[in-house]
Write a protein that binds this ligand. Structure first.
Ligand SMILES: [Zn+2]
Length: 257
């Protein structure tokens, strides 16, 4: 258990000595469309948070992936965007980001209702373990391959799962602020989730990635991606969800575009 005051002193000391150098910061974030529209004050705060993120989390490559300084800064900047107006403490309880060059395969054991164990192999772009690492494929995260107009950002997706897991399993409701109404959040998200499930089944054209219909936890993370990357699409489809996310993240990305 780290005392908060001790941590504050340590962070302030670190920021004085080891802030990401401005030229490295600028050249790394330039290619990231998701950060366009932030004010200079917001970018300064993001640089501080990103510096501390790199101080407190290890970023490791897997399967021969070499992680460069630019990549580290790009990961940190996108990881810290959701907590820009929250706090780095929201990322407590885990210490590592693992980057694969490409999609990766995970094997899960699942026990069905009859007690039979099934081995499931899944090909993933990203994954966030409860109290464990955040993992994603660089191919799906690197700026050259990102498609912001489609609302995709695997880093924001996985980090929003981390926020969701702060109060138990990823069920689509992170710890809300005191001024927020839990019942209102639940009603709005449940209605929106049911609508996207219905639209998926009826074959209707979805504006949002149909993966959001997978579970309430995925709905929260997919809509969080849109919130930051393509807020106009989310606001057009689910304005009340946009508003709730705006209350939670304490940001209004629509005003940036
Ligand atoms: Zn997910």
């Amino acid at each position: 258990m780290v005392f908060r005051w001790l941590r504050r002193i340590r962070r302030a000391y670190y920021l004085r000595k080891k802030r990401i150098p401005f030229d490295v910061w600028q050249s790394s974030i330039d290619p990231l469309p998701v950060l366009r529209g932030l004010t200079n004050a917001e970018l300064n705060r993001l640089r501080e948070l990103s510096s501390l993120f790199l101080y407190e989390k290890a970023i490791n490559g897997a399967r021969g992936m070499e992680v460069t300084e630019t990549m580290r800064v790009q990961v940190a900047a996108q990881a810290c965007l959701p907590i820009l107006n929250l706090d780095l403490d929201y990322y407590d309880g885990w210490h590592e980001v693992i980057i694969y060059p490409d999609t990766f395969i995970v094997q899960h054991e699942e026990i069905d209702a009859a007690g039979v164990v099934h081995q499931r192999r899944r090909v993933l772009e990203g994954e966030a373990w409860d109290r464990g690492p955040v993992i994603f494929s660089w191919q799906d995260a690197c700026p050259d391959h990102s498609a912001p107009e489609a609302g995709a950002n695997v880093i924001i997706h996985e980090l929003s799962h981390k926020l969701d897991m702060l109060n138990g399993e990823a069920n689509g409701m992170p710890p809300l602020h005191a001024a927020m109404d839990r019942r209102q959040w639940t009603n709005i998200f449940t209605q929106a989730f049911e609508r996207i499930q219905y639209q998926g089944e009826s074959g209707a054209d979805l504006l949002i990635d149909p993966y959001a219909a997978e579970s309430p936890g995925e709905f929260f993370s997919v809509t969080s991606e849109y919130f930051f990357v393509a807020p106009h699409i989310l606001n057009a489809s689910f304005p009340q969800v946009y508003q709730q996310l705006s209350n939670f993240y304490r940001q209004d990305p629509l005003s940036r575009y």
